[in-house]
Write a protein that binds this ligand. Structure first.
Ligand code: NAD
Length: 260
């Protein structure tokens, strides 16, 4: 369906980004993986995407909080695979603390990774998308882009911010073949969430299984984790012609979290 479209997925060496990159590859996209991690593991992931889905797959080690490195990632994707058709802004980090104790460097890092990076990448790809009058920009926000939780000031601010950036991008591109939407997942069991569960289990003296269930029952009425595969399938749909008039939405996939 998306044969030979070129998709850049930031933060795709792990978790949700990895799942989205795989579903886009399954739909026929050539892929640029991005994110941190062990070189050998990432190379194995890159080769596995090529072998399993029969597409071209490259890896860009760019730090998306650095605008120059973002420019380089997009320029290399253009040279190597062709003009970028699909951008998924997924790279993200978390830090939890009350506001009065929130370290300034952690605030800056969360805002840079979860919000400013999406501005840098969007700015870098829009000219070529406009020139070809086709493009899809998908921002991975969060249930925390729509509602808040205590001790997540920077994350909630960044995720509300990216929902706003999604709307502005959608309005500026409204008369073109470029669309921009956000996906707002609830809990997905990735390393980012596992770290929070382990921190809770350690501080309360409970098990990881007990804290997983506690986390779900606090926020997610379905009592089940969302999967990266499900989010990837939604991203593929947003890239289809059927979704060409979906513009500026924040789409929840959260087991009922924000219905409450
Ligand atoms: P993860 O920790 O498994 O993966 C994060 C990815 O981002 C990794 O590949 C990491 O290397 C990359 N990354 C981090 N900083 C980067 C930087 N400066 N430059 C380039 N890459 C960078 O996390 P995840 O749970 O898969 O989260 C992915 C996205 O989904 C994040 O934006 C997160 O906020 C969002 N999200 C996650 C959940 C959840 O429950 N896991 C829920 C809602 C939203």
């Amino acid at each position: 369906m998306l044969k030979r479209k070129v998709a850049v997925v930031t933060g795709s060496t792990s978790g949700i980004g990895k799942g989205i990159a795989e579903r886009l590859a399954a739909a026929g996209c050539d892929i640029v993986l991005n994110g941190f991690g062990e070189e050998a593991k990432i190379e194995a992931q890159r080769q596995a995407v090529e072998a399993e889905f029969g597409v071209r797959c490259r890896y860009a080690p760019s730090d998306v909080t650095n605008p120059e490195q973002v420019e380089t990632m997009i320029a290399e994707a253009n040279d190597d695979l062709g003009s970028v058709d699909i951008l998924v802004n997924n790279a993200g980090i978390q830090f939890t603390s009350s506001i009065q104790d929130f370290p300034l460097d952690k605030w800056n890092a969360v805002i840079a990774t979860n919000l400013s990076a999406a501005f840098f990448t969007t700015k870098a790809v829009l000219p070529q998308m406009y020139a070809r009058n086709w493009g899809r920009i998908i921002n991975i926000a969060s249930a925390h882009g729509l509602v808040a939780s205590a001790e997540k000031a920077a994350y909630v601010a960044a995720k509300h911010g990216i929902v706003g950036l999604t709307k502005v991008t959608a309005l500026e591109s409204a008369k073109t073949g470029v669309t921009c939407n956000a996906i707002c997942p609830g809990w997905v069991l990735t390393p980012l969430v596992r770290a929070q569960i382990e921190k809770r289990a350690e501080s309360k003296g409970t098990s990881v299984e007990e804290e997983s269930q506690a986390l779900l029952s606090e926020k997610q009425p379905s009592g089940e984790f969302v999967t990266a595969h499900q989010l990837g399938e939604l991203a593929v749909f947003l890239c289809s012609d059927a979704a060409s008039q979906m513009r500026g939405h924040a789409l929840s996939v959260d087991g009922g979290w924000t219905a409450q």
